[in-house]
Unconditional design. Structure first.
Length: 200
C-alpha cells in the first residue's frame, strides 16, 4: 500500500478523529489516575480501578468506527488484499492504544497501572473487532460497553477465584487467570475481523 493509499484509507475510516479522540482519552486517563492515586482518602494506586476499566473501553469504542468504511460492499470489490489491510489496521491500532495507555500507568505499573491497562486494551479491542463482524461497525461498541459496565457494577475489584475469569477488566494484573479471557477475546476478535471484515 502506497503512502497516498494509506492516507486515503485512514481518512475514509475516520483515522484523524480516532487519533484526536485517543489523545483526549490518554490525557484523561493520566490526569484522573494521578488524581485518584494521590488522594489521601483513597487507597493509593489501587484507587485507579475506574481508569483501568474505562480508559481502554473508551479507546476501543473510538476504534469501532474505524473498522468499516462508508460502503463496505463497494470497498470489497477493490482489487486489494483486504485481509492484510484489516490485520495491519486492527493490529496497529491495538498496539498504539496499548502503548499510549500503558504510558499513563508507568508510575506503579503492577498495581492497576500499565499492565492492567494493556490487558484491558487487548480484551476490549478484541470484543469490538469481533462485534464489528457480527453486528457491524456502527454498533460494535455496544457489547464491549455493556460487558465492562455490567462487570463494573456487579463485581468487586479484587483478586479471587472465578472473578479472575469473568471480571477480568477489574482484576489486578497479578491475577493470572484474568489475562486468559482478555487474550482470548483479542485473538478471536482480531482473527474474525481479519478473515471476514465488518458487516455491511
Amino acid at each position: 500500500m502506497t503512502t497516498r493509499a494509506l492516507r486515503l484509507h485512514l481518512r475514509a475510516r475516520g483515522g484523524p478523529r480516532f487519533g484526536a479522540g485517543l489523545i483526549l482519552v490518554t490525557v484523561f486517563a493520566w490526569v484522573a489516575a494521578q488524581w485518584l492515586a494521590t488522594r489521601p482518602f483513597f487507597d493509593g494506586p489501587a484507587a485507579r480501578v475506574p481508569i483501568v476499566a474505562l480508559a481502554p473501553l473508551l479507546a476501543a469504542l473510538l476504534l469501532a468506527r474505524t473498522l468499516a468504511g462508508a460502503d463496505e460492499s463497494l470497498e470489497r470489490v477493490a482489487p486489494v488484499r483486504w485481509r492484510l489491510i484489516r490485520a495491519a489496521h486492527v493490529g496497529a491500532a491495538t498496539v498504539l492504544v496499548a502503548l499510549l495507555l500503558a504510558a499513563t500507568g508507568l508510575h506503579d505499573p503492577a498495581v492497576y497501572g500499565s499492565y492492567a491497562l494493556v490487558r484491558n486494551t487487548l480484551g476490549c479491542t478484541g470484543l469490538v473487532a469481533g462485534a464489528a463482524v457480527l453486528i457491524g461497525a456502527r454498533l460494535a461498541w455496544l457489547p464491549a460497553f455493556a460487558y465492562v459496565v455490567t462487570v463494573y457494577g456487579a463485581s468487586p475489584a479484587r483478586d479471587g477465584g472465578w472473578e479472575n475469569l469473568w471480571a477480568w477488566p477489574l482484576q489486578p494484573s497479578t491475577a493470572g487467570w484474568s489475562w486468559a479471557p482478555a487474550l482470548a477475546a483479542c485473538a478471536a476478535g482480531a482473527v474474525l475481523y481479519v478473515l471476514r471484515g465488518a458487516r455491511g
